[in-house]
Ligand binder design. Sequence first.
Ligand SMILES: Cc1c2[nH]c(c1CCC(=O)O)Cc1[nH]c(c(CCC(=O)O)c1C)Cc1[nH]c(c(CCC(=O)O)c1C)Cc1[nH]c(c(C)c1CCC(=O)O)C2
Length: 369
Amino acid sequence: MDEDGHILPKDFPELRNDTFLRAARGEEVEHVPVWCMRQAGRYLPEFREFRAGKDFFETCRSPEDCCELTLQPLRRFGFDAAIIFSDILVVPQALGMDVQMVAGKGPTFPEPLKEPDDLQRLRSKVDVASELGYVFRAITLTRHKLEGKVPLIGFSGAPWTLMSYMIEGGGSTTHSKAKRWLYRHPEASHALLKRLTDVIVDYLLGQVKAGAQALQVFESHAGCLGPVEFKVFALPYLRDIARRVKDRLKESGLDNVPMIVFAKDGHYALEDLSQSHYEVVGLDWTIDPCVARQRTGGKVSLQGNMDPCALYATKECISEIVKTMVEAFGTRGYIANLGHGLYPDMDPESVGAFVEAVHTHSRRLLNHK
Ligand SMILES: Cc1c2[nH]c(c1CCC(=O)O)Cc1[nH]c(c(CCC(=O)O)c1C)Cc1[nH]c(c(CCC(=O)O)c1C)Cc1[nH]c(c(C)c1CCC(=O)O)C2
């Protein structure tokens, strides 16, 4: 404990299941590891009960609550990794923006950025330890409470995805306000993306120092860009993040951690993403696993990519879909996941069937080699 009574990021329990980390590095495994994006979420009755009546970002600021919500899905399912409960929008908050979670509407910025002058409203220097220390404390506490069961993943939103939220002020189908900046104010766009990148690098490094054993960067809004805009406004910053986090870990004498880049609907950028210093490329369900393997040329491990809606199918059907998916990806350098997050109306039993199917089919394939 430190003088404020916070648990310290040291003497963590020994890791008992490193399958996820080995798969991320392309090493041999006994089964294909599996986890789900949004595995802590409203599809779980215990999650809904725990969150009831509490403000979303208040919950994010409570290390004890984040720890409990992170552990909930692991009590039910044989996931091979945990992901810290938090949200990508804590970074815009750290830059000084107000963000609220409005029931039925999703994340909302009462005062989004409208014109380049609005950049002056953002904090010029962000001290991540003071602004986002609550996430670091949640990670440290959770890493202890996991008791070495599985590794803990930390995460951040990617610069373009965060920029688009900060300008749109919430969810959007066209992202036209944010894309207007790219075409009308390219310099201001780069200035904003650069500032986000700097904060994200410090933030991810802080997460590793706090105990995160892998990192995922969510470029959730890659799909509204085309290949040209992605190359100019997203890819350079994604690359910069991975390179700088890895350099800074080395400088600090810390071990490298696997990094995953997930650019939702960014299949047009697969080749580039596989050469961006990330160990793992996450895939949504719009790309065929064999095509993805070909286009990434065995340079990286792959993660994904079952259509989350396949969980509405029967257990038998889920098992068949998983079998086809695992056979197509192969058992080496592969982390099974959905192609995006779980939805609130999904049946926890189907999630259990998905996890079981990944383990069963991959064990069978590995035993027949
Ligand atoms: C775009 C994005 C956000 N947040 C996140 C992304 C990137 C992933 C993606 O592409 O979906 C990332 C995120 N958000 C959350 C996690 C926790 C870890 C996990 O995956 O289990 C993670 C990794 C918790 C959450 N974040 C949120 C919830 C649900 C709200 C609640 O618990 O009350 C959870 C479990 C809220 C949130 N936060 C955000 C949205 C669009 C929403 C949904 C709003 C709604 O459905 O009303 C922004």
